[in-house]
Design a binder for this molecule. Sequence first.
Ligand SMILES: [Zn+2]
Length: 464
Amino acid sequence: MLSRPRSMIARAARVFATLWLAAMVAVAGSVNAFAQNVPVVRDAEIEALVRDYARPIFKAAGLSNDAIDIVLVNDQSFNAFVAGRRLFINTGALMEAETPNEIIGVIAHEAGHIAGGHQQKLREQLERAKTMAIIATLLGAGAIVAGATTNSRGLAGAGMGVAAGGGEMAQRSILAYQRTEEMTADRSAITYLNATGQSGMGMLKTFGRFQSALSLSGAQVDPYRISHPMPQERIANLEVLVKQSPYVDKVDPPALQQRHDMMRIKIAAYMGGQAAASRLMRKNPGSLASQYGLAQTTYLYGNLAAALSKTNALIKAQPKNAYFQELRGDILMKANKPKDASEAYAKAVSLDPARSGLLPVSYGQALMAIGTPDSLEKAVVQINKGLARDRENVAGYRYLAQANGELGKIPAADLATAEGHFYSGDYRNAKIFAMRAQQKLKRGEPGWLRAQDIINYAPPGKKK
Ligand SMILES: [Zn+2]
């Protein structure tokens, strides 16, 4: 299930507009705090697909894929950037891309930035630019004050001019720096695409689209376009490199394209609504992706029995697809059949090649809904399994606390609540619940030790 904006684990709705700011905050050390300001959505299927896109590229770039988390950002605009160890990608970017290759190209370009160590340099550059801007502002403000005291409009105007000029100077310095970095990242991207036998056409298409969109006075400005200036010269250089590649005409494998189509329809169905999904389905009516879209829109906006029969047909077509089983589980949960749902989720967990932490948590929720002491015990096992794979799933701790609470295991419930607060960045409440858990736990046992870690934790930049 793709968690929708209302129910998602995301916190505030503020999105960073540019890569500059993102890189700055992330490099400053508080990636966790940064993530809290991004409307994150979680979905096992999409996360697995984007990781499959990124894996060969990161390997070619000499970056360890294990170390990189995929973070889906619920935003309709186009953006993708790397901050710290995370690859952030907007659902809007995934929706816009017609082929996997378009996204893979963007990932290759971003990998070029990481491998080139651009984040660190960017931060230094920003520091310098900021200093320049501050000096310019001070000069401007001084002139304005002078103008005000002599009651001269002319001088005040001059002051404004100085301020604007300084900002422009700082901006120009960033742009000059960026141009070099962007072309370096483009070249690296082509190297990685060649190494993995993939075409650069998707990247060229995406970047070309940004360039042409610049000439229009668009209502919506994509953050990616602001952070990635696309002058004619850059596109022209890129085009030469792309067309020189022996893989220029290589297309994505059909199975990957199918997963991509299913992902786009899913995002459309959950984020854009029935009409958005129908628009995509009309392009390829008989396809499996369209059937998937229809099952999902029927589940979300229509009849559960009809959704179930459509999903069963999908399962028949692809019996090993973990996410069809997951959808079946979601439908059965909504239909208030937790026992059947738990069986579907159990299959989803066992079929999932990506070993997502989300599916065992869904399985655990279904077991909780059954509500017997035995199923609650099993729920705790499954939710813990999910959390072991995915430590920062805040919603998972909430369910874990609830399941333990219903079993009368109060210290374990308190510890789970502490963890949930901890990973959502609420260290104060995390400590309160960790201390409460410790009072009832045996000194030195694993739960007690974990509680102690939370109590001892000092957030970056703050005193304990
Ligand atoms: Zn770039």
